[in-house]
Design a protein around this ligand. Structure first.
Ligand code: ADP
Ligand code: MG
Length: 699
């Protein structure tokens, strides 16, 4: 078969706008477009036609099955395949797929976490087609992006609240635009997520139970070379990795995913992939698919793709940057400084809305990225601190200062900023946006939220961000709609917002100790270090109030989510703890003991030959290793006890605190003893591949 060109390949497995336009009659197409663009409910007869065309297209592409594809709270995507086959009266089969089957599915949902939302006796939930995200074919299966709800209508997934948050933001942003005489059909947020990951050799991976069970190494001494030379960052891509990337890109392009840049990251064996940004719910689907396909393609190349936030201690972990902006149906970016004074005032108002949102809902943003894995990164001087703050860069900050104080802004020329009258001074975009220590940075025409972990679904932070910004905009719209003189009311509103929320603005070094002190003691910002600290804030009155007011969540949904997220945290650490105990008892202790035996035999043999030999190496190593085996045993027993104790709490908050305070510190202690022993035992006697092998064996 002739190799497809990239434009031919791109989106070839997606039932996208091109296919719809070509295959549907103009009336059906228009009606479907209205559903997609304006959230108009789809009519049954239209759904029938769309389903039939979608099936015809899918079968032509070789699909035999279809599935409602959804994002339950487990964090990965779920699918249940049904074949298109239906019996025909003549004893044969026809390929069938109805409008009903397109619109609604009923997976047996009893095993998905629901945090008590769904009693098991009414285990069925249903999935509902999200026509705003295109259907696609993967592994001979037509995948229909859907939302997943319980029968009483509560969201059991990550997509439903995300879509609701986009609607909330759309509603409020359009109110604001109207005040500026700017009519938009809709406002949407878009996201471009930069995804980091590690690639390691599959054989090495298979030899390590910690990687197999938990996705990260729980033991391992540092190799002589780590990332200190920075020679990997943006370095030449190794041939095997490069083949993987080519293959990955083609798979992603087929699914219409705009994979664009790829490069090596800071840590050895670490890489990054960034797509071109798109509408948030589509970007979310695409990011989930990207993570899935990365793992699949890596296996094809004899490698394993690690998406864990901290696969190796001592080298950087992996995160994700959520580049976010909002724009109108005509593509007008509301976070781009404009050309006219009026556009500038509008820009500043949207900028303020984001600043206020991040300040008022720091806790929601922090907890939206909280997982056991990500807790290892935030605040560990390789990723932003757990304290949320906003970076604007010096120029924009001094413009806001000037507005706040009614003082002249000293740019190229000295002007007193009067909104609606003066143009914003032209400021260069990214003079300082390389401040990588900021969790939330303005980068010229978008904000970049950098606290996400590599395995996080981007749905979580975007639903919080959208909702929080919708709330600021709602307050502004309420106030400005009833104002007498729009311009002076606007000026006052912006000034007031800057004054009230400037504590969240910080352009300095987010890694410094001084910042933690200043942020928490002087500015009163929150510093939620772990998932156990952060997650319960989901149920704070102000948060529940805001999220329910904008109809992003019901209170019941929030309670269930809080419980599920904390449960996930406890379960992941629990598995890690048990894996450590297992490895210590079954592998490390016996391996060290074997070497001790050899040392003891050697020493006594040598000394029986000559009384002159000192056996300094044998004896000192034996003494230290013997102490270490005792400590390993002791720490293993203590870890077992801490894990056992978790079973005694019947409250998930207490359990998560015990995980944080007892289990995780005990895991560290055990690890330290084993890692020290690793340095004393010959590699040939050590039961698992070392860090050096894991990190440097892919060429
Ligand atoms: P870096 O942060 O490494 O400098 P880029 O500036 O190239 O990277 O952008 C990173 C991501 O930001 C890309 O996915 C890009 O598509 C996305 N992006 C660019 N403009 C916007 C925008 N207006 N809204 C959302 N994402 C955007
Ligand atoms: Mg970036």
């Amino acid at each position: 078969m002739k190799k497809q060109t990239i434009p031919e390949l791109f989106g070839s497995m997606v039932f996208d706008d091109r296919e719809m336009k070509e295959r549907l009659s103009p009336e059906v197409y228009q009606s479907l477009r209205r559903t997609i663009d304006e959230n108009v409910k789809i009519e049954e007869n239209i759904a029938e036609v769309v389903a039939a065309e979608m099936r015809r297209w899918a079968v032509e592409k070789g699909a035999t099955h279809y599935t409602h594809w959804f994002q339950p709270l487990t964090g990965v995507t779920a699918e249940k395949h049904d074949s298109f086959i239906a019996p025909s009266p003549d004893g044969g089969i026809i390929m069938d797929f109805s409008g009903k089957e397109l619109i609604k599915g009923e997976p047996d949902a009893s095993s998905f976490p629901s945090g008590g939302l769904r009693a098991t006796f009414e285990a069925r939930g249903y999935t509902a087609w999200d026509p705003t995200s295109y259907a696609f074919i993967k592994d001979h299966t037509l995948c229909i992006p859907t939302a997943f709800c319980s029968y009483s209508g509560e969201a059991l997934d990550k997509k439903t609240p995300l879509l609701r948050s986009m609607q909330a933001l759309d509603r409020q942003a359009c109110r604001i635009l109207k005040l500026f005489g700017h009519e938009a059909r809709y406002v949407r947020t878009s996201v471009g997520p930069e995804q980091e990951y590690f690639l390691i050799d599959q054989e090495m991976f298979n030899q390590r139970p910690d990687l197999v069970y938990t996705g990260r190494t729980l033991f391992g001494a540092m190799p002589p070379k780590g990332q200190e030379l920075d020679d990997h960052y943006f370095g030449v891509i190794k041939p095997r990795v490069s083949e993987f990337m080519d293959d990955l890109n083609r798979e992603l392009w087929k699914l219409g995913i705009l994979a664009k840049t790829e490069h090596n990251e800071v840590a050895p064996a670490q890489h990054e992939l960034a797509p071109i940004y798109t509408t948030t719910n589509i970007a979310t689907d695409h990011n989930q698919l990207t993570m899935e396909i990365m793992q699949k393609v890596a296996r094809r190349h004899g490698m394993v793709c690690l998406l864990h936030e901290k696969p190796f201690a001592g080298v950087n972990g992996s995160g994700k940057h959520n580049n976010w902006s909002l724009s109108t149906d005509t593509g007008f970016n509301l976070l781009a400084p404009g050309d006219t004074p009026y556009e500038n005032a509008q820009f500043l108002l949207f900028l303020c809305a984001v600043i206020q949102a991040v300040d008022d809902y720091q806790d929601l943003l922090r907890l939206s990225v909280a997982t056991a894995g990500n807790d290892h990164r935030l605040g560990a001087n390789e990723a932003p601190p757990a304290i949320i703050s906003v970076f604007l860069g010096d120029e924009l900050t001094s413009i806001l200062e000037a507005i706040k104080n009614d003082t002249p802004y000293e740019g190229q020329e000295k002007v007193t900023m009067k909104l609606g009258v003066h143009s914003l001074p032209r400021f260069s975009r990214d003079t300082t946006d390389r401040n990588r220590t900021s969790p939330f940075a303005f980068t010229g025409n978008k904000f970049e939220f950098r606290s996400l972990g590599s395995s996080n679904s981007i749905a979580c932070c975007n639903m919080m961000l959208n909702a929080a910004v919708a709330e600021s905009l709602k307050q502004y719209a309420d106030r400005l709609e009833s104002a007498g003189d729009f311009e002076s009311a606007l000026h006052e509103l912006i000034r007031e917002t800057i004054t009230r929320h400037e504590r969240i603005l910080f352009n300095g070094n987010g890694y410094g100790e001084e910042w933690i002190k200043e942020a928490t003691e002087v500015r009163g910002l929150s510093n939620l270090k772990t998932t156990a600290d952060a997650m319960p804030h989901l149920l704070d009155r102000k948060n529940v109030g805001m999220l329910t007011a904008h109809k992003v969540f019901t209170e019941t949904e929030l309670r269930s989510r809080c419980e599920i997220m904390l449960e996930n945290y406890c379960k992941s650490v629990n598995i890690e703890g048990h894996t450590m105990v297992d490895m210590a008892r079954k592998n490390y202790l016996p391996a060290i003991e074997g070497y001790l035996h050899r040392l003891a035999q050697t020493a006594s043999l040598m000394q029986s030959v000559s009384s002159q030999v000192k056996c300094r190496y044998e004896i000192s190593t034996l003494e230290r290793l013997s102490e270490l085996t005792d400590s390993i045993l002791e720490e293993t027993e203590a870890l077992e006890a801490a894990l056992q104790a978790l079973g005694e709490y019947d409250d998930i908050i207490r359990t998560s605190e015990a995980v944080r305070d007892a289990v995780l510190p005990q895991m560290e202690k055990l690890r330290a003893c084993v890692d020290e022993a690793e340095m004393l035992v010959p590699e040939t006697c050590w039961p698992f591949p070392s860090y050096g092998k894991l990190l440097f064996s892919v060429y």
